[in-house]
Design a protein around this ligand. Sequence first.
Ligand code: GUN
Length: 284
Amino acid sequence: MIIIDGKKVSSTVKEQVKNETAELKAKGITPGLAVILVGDDPASRVYVNNKKKACEYVGFRSEEFALPATTSQKELLDLVEQLNEREDINGILCQLPLPEGLDDNAVIEAISPLKDVDAFHKQNVGRIMIGDYDFLPCTPAGIMEMLHAYDISVDGKNCVVIGRSNIVGKPMAMLLLHENGTVTICHSRTKNLKEITSQADILVAAVGKPKFVTADMVKDGAVVIDVGMDRDENGKLCGDVDFENVKDKCSYITPVPGGVGPMTIATLMKNTLKAAKLQNKIYD
Ligand code: GUN
């Protein structure tokens, strides 16, 4: 069993982005990322801080817009509109979910598709479906990069994704399909979940429930990818997979923390760099 080191793979990606950023800066271009955080969800605060830290590391400018939970939909959309217009901002990210009363989808659709470094806008989602895209969503693309780094082939494999969110589950299934996986998406209404997951050569858990995937759900020798960021009964950070009991059945498994999380951020850096290049008509 090999524990996939997401931190290490993400460092390699960030190093590459850092080098390319230095080249861009020599041409007078500094990529800029706007990060919008509405309300005071502690987990979102941590994610946003980590994203800002990564920007600093690779040499981007990042600008944070921390708004109170009482912010109106119009105020938020006005801010997005201003950021769409600014030439020094290449990427716009609004941390989701938004507080009650604000519409995630309206904000996603307001972000210019050219600055949509999360790849959540329907125009970008559509482009991913047909395989003609500039940006890939950060978590699924980060997972694919991790599989590549460990020479794990998807071609012809049974891939099972648990979770059907627009952020992870659905695009994850699409990226696995692009690499010729035979993909099944499971969700809260799936019958016989265990029978399906037990067939998976590659199992991706994006459920949002602590230790949801137990050893009896996993095939011997499976590759298990854990997207969860949950708290166990003692308040300790854990994933969607019962790591201690599942790990010995796996060929590869990602830990939480130190697995998927760092890869999400590394992909965000890649996307922001690409956005800056495209907006400056650098095509390579
Ligand atoms: N919330 C959970 N994951 C993400 C992500 O990748 N991007 C944004 N903006 N919000 C999220």
